[in-house]
Design a protein around this ligand. Structure first.
Ligand SMILES: [Zn+2]
Ligand SMILES: [Zn+2]
Length: 227
């Protein structure tokens, strides 16, 4: 049924590639040229990094990331931050959903890494929530804003790896939502050092979460942390 609707919609609103905006067939998610450019990454399934950092104490239980943060992936995530390229959020949401479904694990909810209220008011939009929405639709589980970002925290990407780990402490607060025994997907746009995901996971566990899978469309290499 949805397929038929998509086909009919395509006559009026032709389907476009989320990366280059070129026209694509009604049942495609991406054009062939951009698909060839995507650099799938082989990251560790536990920590989500190519250079495994499982020796650090991690509060999330496993992680799925898809691509290396560069080229059209980086462009699309930067565009998404500026509220462009929602189609890329759909593409990432669907690809991450495929990985989650293939794992056979069942989750209760998806929690986006939050941005501060002020920033959200200015931007009107949280890119992690957009990706989370598409995963939510695929898996039929709710998006729950279980975490609160404090105002006026220093922006992570201006800091070194060591400084990031220090800075992230106290950056987020728990909401009053009870998560007892819940299995949670924690969603961000990029995993850089992993310290943001880890701090969010630490708080979710302190709120009662039982199992946390961190997901993000992209991850940086440790020698390229300017994300
Ligand atoms: Zn394309
Ligand atoms: Zn690892």
């Amino acid at each position: 049924m949805t397929k038929a609707i998509n086909y009919i919609l395509d006559i009026f609103y032709p389907n476009r590639c989320p990366f280059c905006d070129g026209f694509i067939k009604w049942d495609c998610l991406i054009c062939e040229k951009c698909f060839a450019e995507l650099e799938y990454i082989h990251a560790c399934d536990k920590c989500g990094k190519v250079e495994c950092m499982c020796d650090k104490s991690l509060f999330y239980d496993d992680a799925y990331v898809l691509f290396s943060y560069g080229g059209i992936v980086k462009e699309s995530i930067l565009a998404l931050k500026e509220k462009n390229g929602i189609n890329a959020a759909q593409f990432y949401g669907e690809k991450l959903s495929e990985r989650i479904i293939a794992s056979g694990k069942i989750y209760d909810m998806i929690v986006p890494v939050p941005m501060s209220k002020l920033k959200k008011r200015i931007r009107g939009y949280n890119q992690s929530s957009e990706i989370a929405e598409f995963i939510s639709r695929k898996l039929n589980i709710p998006v729950v804003d279980a975490l609160i970002k404090k105002e006026n925290t220093i922006v992570q990407h201006t800091l070194s790896k060591k400084e990031r780990e220090e800075n992230v402490k106290g950056m987020f607060l728990p909401s009053d939502i009870s998560l007892s025994e819940n299995k949670i997907i924690l969603c961000d746009d990029v995993i850089t050092t992993g310290s943001t995901m880890n701090e969010c996971a630490r708080i979710l566990k302190s709120m009662g979460a039982d199992y946390i899978t961190a997901v993000a469309p992209a991850t940086t290499n440790l020698n390229n942390t300017n994300a």
